[in-house]
Write a protein of this length. Structure first.
Length: 65
C-alpha cells in the first residue's frame, strides 16, 4: 500500500490558509480541524478495508469452528 506523505508544516504556513484562518473564529477553526481529522481517519479506514475484511473473515471462521 502506498503512503502519501504531505508536508503539513509547509501547508500550515501557506499564505492562503493563514489569511483564511485569521478571518475565522477559534471555534470555527476547531470545528474544521476536527472535520479534517475525521475525514483523514475515514480515508485511512477505507484504505485498510482489505485488511479489515480478512480480519473479519478470520474472526468469523474462528467463531464458527
Amino acid at each position: 500500500m502506498k503512503r502519501h506523505n504531505v508536508n503539513l508544516n509547509a501547508l500550515w504556513k501557506h499564505p492562503l490558509l493563514v489569511s483564511f484562518m485569521s478571518k475565522m473564529s477559534s471555534t470555527e477553526v476547531t470545528y474544521l480541524t476536527r472535520m479534517l481529522l475525521i475525514v483523514i481517519a475515514m480515508i485511512k479506514v477505507f484504505a485498510d478495508v482489505d485488511t479489515a475484511t480478512t480480519f473479519n473473515d478470520s474472526l468469523n471462521n474462528s467463531l464458527n469452528d
